[in-house]
Write a new protein. Structure first.
Length: 422
């Protein structure tokens, strides 16, 4: 899809267009909703429907949970950047403490705030002056069990559009010989992970982030012993008896490098992939490394961005998926599906389309005391402090047949899932 072009003979027409954009009108044309932009360049101008996630004010958290990153997927595995998502992400960046940029932070933020959004959109929001000094860590543990991540013979090991991720691009230290016995047999997860660091529109490189300050990190890769890694691949292969022989969460000596990366990051991104394995890593295997990150998110000194599984993990609960097999959840998490809780009482169900997840989400939320926010591709749940909203193409959560948690029809249906008292 190409960016819509407006050709005007008179300079006054361009002035009218710029005024329309700053007034909150749409930039773009019919048939190109990804490039439409709601609101002005000012803070909060791109927000859509407000979502009550029961976060007590005052609060400083900066969180953005997406389905498909900063855009939607087009043909040939290409990402079509979404201007509302990009502007919403930019808004979060401008809320980071001045110290994130060193001594010149206040000035850089002030200059960025004075820019007319009409001058940013045609450049796909590329701003090296704003983004170039920020430190980013992309947590890739959710990708670790994907066939395409390790198998060089897989069609998606090298995605033609240049936005895919594999173990080489992610700088994994795990010896491939550990993984090789499990490749090509249908044991590992399908699909492929995106490379957030790619120098393409809608990715960090395309926005102007310095590639030397964007780092991939798998806590499992640097901390797990080879025996433990092998046992997890055995679990993926269904050999739970072999996997269960390694009962201890054995780790190598704590990596100072990993700790330093997490504590110095201005933006933490958790990629898509396997939510059960990701939950195990962040909550059971390396919670000591994540605890400082969660404190910094609460303080507003680091932004948490999730994509797909990473969004589920950042929310209140990651249970609403059937893509993962049951062994990870049963053996590693003992059935526990609580997320990191960065969006209060809101759990995210990404990739919402149609009504597939309407009834499961409503009942699941009612039984767990949560609000399940169904986020379609091209949208995200964003929380700035206690205020959460949907941003993106539509700015709306998935529609439901129920009016809300107090809907008597939902209450009736939910009670049918609760065993009667003995």
């Amino acid at each position: 899809r190409s960016r819509p072009v407006v050709v005007c003979a008179a300079s006054t027409m361009m002035h009218v267009l710029a005024r329309a954009i700053s007034a909150g009108l749409l930039l773009g044309a019919a048939g190109a909703p990804e490039k439409n932009l709601r609101g002005a360049a000012g803070e909060g101008g791109v927000s859509g429907a407000a979502i009550d996630c029961k976060i007590a004010a005052p609060d400083k958290r900066l969180v953005m949970l997406t389905s498909t990153g900063l855009g939607t997927w087009g043909p040939n595995d290409t990402l079509v950047p979404n201007y509302n998502l990009t502007a919403a992400f930019r808004d979060l960046v401008l809320r980071l403490p001045d110290e994130a940029w060193g001594t010149a932070g206040a000035g850089k933020k002030q200059l960025a705030r004075t820019k007319d959004i009409a001058s940013l959109a045609p450049k796909d929001f590329r701003e090296p002056d704003l983004y170039g000094e920020l430190e980013v860590v992309i947590i890739e543990d959710t990708c670790f069990l994907k066939e395409s991540f390790w198998n060089e013979g897989d069609a998606h090991f090298d995605v033609a559009s240049g936005v895919g991720l594999n173990y080489k691009l992610a700088n994994m230290t795990t010896d491939v010989s550990v993984v090789r016995p499990f490749l090509g047999k249908g044991y590992l997860d399908g699909g492929w992970c995106i490379n957030w660091a790619a120098d393409r529109p809608g990715f960090l490189g395309g926005l102007g982030f310095n590639p030397e300050k964007v780092r991939h990190l798998s806590l499992w890769d640097v901390l797990a012993t080879e025996d433990f890694k092998t046992s997890i691949f055995e679990l993926e292969a269904g050999n739970y008896k072999v996997a269960s022989q390694n009962k201890a969460y054995s780790r190598n000596v704590l990596s100072d490098a990993a700790t330093q990366l997490l504590t110095s990051a201005d933006i933490i991104i958790v990629n898509g992939g396997n939510p059960d394995f990701g939950s195990f890593i962040l909550k059971r295997f390396a919670p000591d490394l994540m605890a400082p990150v969660l404190r910094r998110v609460a303080e507003g000194s680091v932004i948490y961005v999730g994509q797909s599984a990473g969004s589920m993990l950042g929310s209140a609960d990651s249970g609403l998926t059937f893509e993962s097999g049951p062994l990870m959840l049963r053996m590693l998490m003992k059935g526990e599906t609580r997320g990191l809780g960065l969006t209060g009482k809101c759990a995210v169900r990404p990739h919402d389309k149609g009504d597939t997840w309407d009834l499961p989400s409503a009942v699941y939320g009612a039984l767990k005391g949560l609000s399940v926010v169904r986020v379609s591709n091209g949208n995200a749940l964003r929380c700035i402090g206690a205020e959460c909203s949907i941003v993106g193409i539509t700015g709306l959560p998935g529609a439901s047949v129920f009016s809300g948690p107090e809907d008597p029809h939902l209450q009736r249906l939910s009670r049918a899932f609760v065993p009667p008292p003995i």
